[in-house]
Design a protein around this ligand. Structure first.
Ligand code: GAR
Length: 212
């Protein structure tokens, strides 16, 4: 039986933190039945830490260690410790630009989610909006998914489409994808917090009537 305590989110980000802001605002407005327990960043000057501190939420820079694209063992330990100490129910990657693996995913099995700026499985990796323009697709979007051992490859929870316009530049397309992300992410997190999302192997099962 789940206790009555609020569902607690631990948010990891490396950038400006606009998705974090959308999530925090959804919590404050009661659209997302959860609270932000902790914000962590691998970038000391990241905007996400400022946005969290402005809201008087616990926010920490934790050094990522010696690698460029992932946390080293010591850093992984520090991130895990901070999240566990904050009694986080779900780890929410909001523009966190490092790959999480092994021990981290084991400790939070099926409890790490990510948002990616494309309709996965199309355009994983970096600058997905540029990849969309390079391929000439007419529709792209964003995806919220559980994180597995691969890169942008875990079970998909929700997606939102964004049309690609003739006049789009990388900046205008990225901006519209960002706006879609700000709607989609809080909705998916709310469904998880309400227990409406279940992982079955590679697939996510959603409660009847819930469709992000
Ligand atoms: C978002 O567009 C998110 O989809 C992307 O980083 C941006 C963070 O923006 N994440 C990835 O590309 C992960 N592979 P924000 O800091 O303003 O939320």
């Amino acid at each position: 039986m789940r206790s009555e305590r609020p569902f607690r989110l631990g948010i990891l980000g490396s950038g400006t933190g606009s998705n974090f802001v959308a999530i925090a605002e959804a919590c404050a407005a009661g659209r997302l039945p959860a609270e932000v327990a902790l914000v962590l960043s691998d970038v000391e000057q990241a905007g996400i830490l400022d946005r969290a501190r402005e809201r008087h939420l616990p926010a920490l820079y934790l050094a990522p260690g010696k690698f460029r694209t992932k946390l080293d063992e010591e850093a992984e330990h520090a991130y895990l410790g901070a999240l566990q100490e904050a009694r986080v129910d779900l780890v929410v990657l909001a523009g966190f630009m490092r790959i999480l693996k092994g021990a981290f995913l084991k400790a939070f099995e099926n409890r790490v989610v990510n948002i990616h700026p494309s309709l996965l499985p199309a355009f994983p990796g970096m600058a997905s909006w540029q990849q969309a323009l390079d391929h000439g697709v007419k529709v792209t979007g964003c995806t919220v998914h559980f994180v597995d051992q691969g890169v942008d490859s875990g079970p998909i929870i929700g997606q939102r489409t964004v049309p690609v316009l003739e006049s789009d530049t990388p900046e205008t397309l990225h901006r519209r994808i960002h706006q879609a992300e700000h709607e989609l992410y809080p909705q998916c997190l709310a469904a998880i917090a309400r227990g409406q999302v279940r992982v079955e192997g590679r697939l996510v099962r959603l409660s009847p009537g819930w469709q992000p």
